[in-house]
Design a protein around this ligand. Structure first.
Ligand SMILES: [Zn+2]
Length: 137
């Protein structure tokens, strides 16, 4: 493991020296980031340019993002499905609460079982789940 600590991804400011838990934070008091995290996570944060590109793409695609930017850690997202050319599987559509596992996308099918999206569909885009209604439990 390298001991290098990258500059703050938000302001390019100097990171604090690692504490006893190998955590760091930004030392620039003018920086909006209050992140305090392990050096491995710190060094792997998306850069400001990456965040800007994500916002640009979201605007371009009406809130959708290319599937290759989707989380693959099992986090639930909405996905956009296009039918494979060889199948008559209906029109392109959205599936809510999908997740990535064992190398493919899954969603809950009509009978309550989780269904692999790749069987009939090509997953092309995703978007984060909407927030629950204000005041919902
Ligand atoms: Zn900073």
């Amino acid at each position: 493991m390298s001991n290098e600590i990258k500059p703050c991804p938000f302001c390019e400011g100097d990171p604090a020296p690692l504490d006893e838990n190998n955590h760091t934070s930004c030392t620039n008091v003018a920086c909006g980031s209050t992140a305090y995290m392990h050096v491995d996570a710190w060094n792997n944060r998306p850069t400001m340019e990456a965040y800007a590109r994500i916002e640009e793409l979201e605007a371009e695609l009406g809130g959708w993002l290319p599937i290759d930017m989707a989380p693959t850690n099992g986090e639930r997202v909405d996905i956009w499905l296009e039918p494979h050319d060889a199948f008559e599987s209906g029109n392109a559509h959205r599936r809510a609460n999908a997740y990535f596992q064992r190398g493919e996308w899954w969603f809950q099918g009509n009978r309550g079982h989780d269904v692999s999206a790749s069987y009939h569909w090509r997953v092309t885009h995703f978007m984060p789940l909407p927030s629950p209604p204000t005041g919902a439990a």
